[in-house]
Ligand binder design. Sequence first.
Ligand code: NDP
Ligand code: BG6
Length: 509
Amino acid sequence: MAEQSSDSIARIKATMMQDDGTKHIFVVMGASGDLAKKKIYPTLWWLYKDGLLPKNTTIVGYARSVLTITDLRKKCEPFMKLKDETPDNLKKVDPFFSANRYVKGSYTEDSAFEQLNSVLESLEGGDPCNRLFYLALPPSVFKPVTSHIKSSCMGKKGWTRVIVEKPFGRDLQSSNELSEHLGGLYTEDQLYRIDHYLGKEMVQNLLILRFGNRIFGPIWNRDSIASVMISFKEPFGTQGRGGYFDDFGIIRDVMQNHLLQVLCLAAMEKPATTNAEDIRNEKVKVLKTIEALELKDVVLGQYVGDPDGEGDAKEGYLEDPTVPRGSVTPTYAMAVFRIKNERWDGVPFILRCGKALNERKAEVRIQFNDVPGDIFGGGTKRNELVVRVQPNEAVYCKMMTKSPGMSFNPEETELDLTYGSRYKGLKMPDAYERLILDVFCGSQIHFVRSDELREAWRIFTPLLHKIENEKPKPIEYKYGSRGPVEADELAKAHNFTFTGTYKWKNPNL
Ligand code: NDP
Ligand code: BG6
C-alpha cells in the first residue's frame, strides 16, 4: 500500500475498527525515554481506548534499562490524562497494559536484535503480522538501530514500517548521509518521517481551505497578497531542556521543520490529487523555488530574565544550568523567505518562532494588499486571513464593514469561524494520534519525504553554518515579551503592516 487518497484512508480506518484478524506489533524503540512516556505510549492508549488500534495489536517496548510493564505503566500514566476518562474507558487501562511486552537490549549488538526478533516471532505464532518500529531514540543511535532492524527484525509475513522522529540531521550534509543510510535499507514507502505539525487539525485544513473554496483560489497570489507571516510562540523557556536545545537552537528546533512545512502547504500549487505523492511533489516544487537564507534576512534573539516576572520568568536562557555559559544560541528567530515563482515573486513569507514569549500561539497570517484608490479618507485597513493552529483553532478574516447605525464610516470587523463555537464539544485528536494511525493505514500524506528534507536543509544550511562560524550575538529580549523590536522592524520592511487599530470583541463574553 504505497499511496492512499484521503478518501480511501477514511475507508481503511473504518475497516480497521472491524476485526479482520491481521496481527500488528508496534515496537517502541527507546521505551524507557521521555518521548515514549510523554507521547508515544499515551497516544497508543488514546487510540486503543477509542477503538482505533487494530484489535490484534501488541505493543513491545525495547530499551537498555531493566523495566517491568508495571514500571512502564507508572512512568506513562501521568501523561495519559486518565482523570478525564469515563469509568468505562478506565476499565480499559488494564487490558491495554496486558497487551504490552517489554524487551531489554542494546542498540548496537546483533544478538540483542535477534533476541527481539524471536520475541516478535513468538507473538506472531506463525500468523501474518505487520510490524511498526517507532524510533523514540537519540539521533546518535538512528543508524545502528535501523541497520539492525533491517538485518534481524523485518516481518516475514506482513509489512514493516519504520517511524523516525526529528532531528533528521543538523545540516544538508548530515541529513543527506542519514537519508542515504535509510534509503539503502528501506524503500520510501517503509519510512515515515514525523513532523508532528503535519498532524495538527488546522495545518491539515490548509489544503481544504485553499483548494476546496473558490473564494480563495483567485486571490492566493502576488496580485492580492502583500505578505504572509507564519508564527510559533511559546510562553516558556527551555525548562531544563537547555542541553538538547542549545545544540540545535530555535531555527533547527522549530523553523526548519514545523514552520517550513506550514509554508509549503500555504504556498504550494494545487496537487493533481490528494494522493501522498502528488501532495509531496508540490511541496518539493515550491521548496525548490525558495532562495537560501542569508544573515541579512534574519533577526536572532535570546531571552533574558525579567526581574519583575514570576517564577521561571526571572531566569534568562543563560541562567538555565543546562545551557553552556556564554552560549549565543538563538531562542528566537524571524526570517524572510523569497519564493521565486510566478505566483509568489515579490511576496515576503515571514517565519518567526520563539521561546519565553508573551503567549502560546501558532498561526498563518495572510495580509492582503491595501485597497487601491481608497475613497474613505484612509479609513480602510488591510484584510487579513488568519488560520490559528493553536490554541483554540480558528479561521478568521479581518475585513471592513460600515460602522453599524447612523454613521457612514468604515470599521474593522471579522468573519469568524471559531471551532469551539461552531463545533461545540468536539474533541480534537492529538497530532500524534492522527499520524500513528496514518502509519497503520499506510498513508504518507502527512509525512516528510527525503527530497523535501534535502530542499529544506539546502535553504537553511548556509545560514546555519554562518551563524556557527561567526557566532553573531543574538539580540536580548525579555522573558514574557513579544520578542526583539528589531523583528517588528524587519517585518515592517517586508510589507507586513501592524496598525494596532483592530479590536476583537469576543462574542461569547
Ligand atoms: P492584532 O491586530 O492584535 O495583531 C495583528 C498582528 O500584528 C499579529 O500578528 C501580532 O503579532 C502583530 N502585532 C501585535 N502587536 C504588534 C506591534 N506592536 N508591532 C508589530 N506587530 C504587532 O490582531 P489579531 O489578529 O492578533 O487579533 C487580536 C486578538 O483577537 C487576538 O488575541 C486574537 O486571537 C483575537 N481574535 C480571536 C478570534 C477568534 O477566536 N476567532 C477572531 C479574531 C480575533 P504578535 O503575535 O506579535 O502580537
Ligand atoms: C517540538 C520542539 O518539535 O515542538 C519543541 O522540539 C516545541 O521545542 C514543540 O516546544 C512544540 O510543539 P507543540 O505541539 O506544543 O506546538
